[in-house]
Design a protein around this ligand. Sequence first.
Ligand SMILES: [Zn+2]
Length: 170
Amino acid sequence: MDDNKALTDFNSEIDVAFRTAWQSGKGGDENWSKLLNGYGAKALSDEEKGYLSESSMKIATGAYPIELRRVYESIIDKYRPAASSSPKLSEALNNFNLDVRVKEYYQKIKPFSGLGDIFKNAAAGTAKYSEGLQKEKQSTMKCKNCGAPRLDEMQYDACLFCGSKLFEKA
Ligand SMILES: [Zn+2]
């Protein structure tokens, strides 16, 4: 494969994934599911989405960051073999920082101000919401990349919100 073409193709697939996630309705939509399935990337389960929607990690729109990360990972895997004959592509793959790229995406989809949501939820006084807060208070670890609390009762190695494996003491 031509050196420049491999790099251009890689960048354009990353770009399409980013825009499809960003333009998706909150928590994903049909277009996003199609793209996710096309790459064989794992979608969040309904239970996982339930936890996330109750957590302090609010999103205003778009697919969940961890799903975009999984698509990015699939794209990187897809282009890995071509990298041996393309130094430019190889460099792009090695410099692609998943934590940073997913966090950039999160900045685009998070609510302009988290306060609106907090007041709305507090006023509604839903048991679910305070239950969610309780869980977060009990959590002793949080994600170093996006700040999401790690839910102690759930078993997972990577942040449920952004997919980062870096945790630190809250
Ligand atoms: Zn995270």
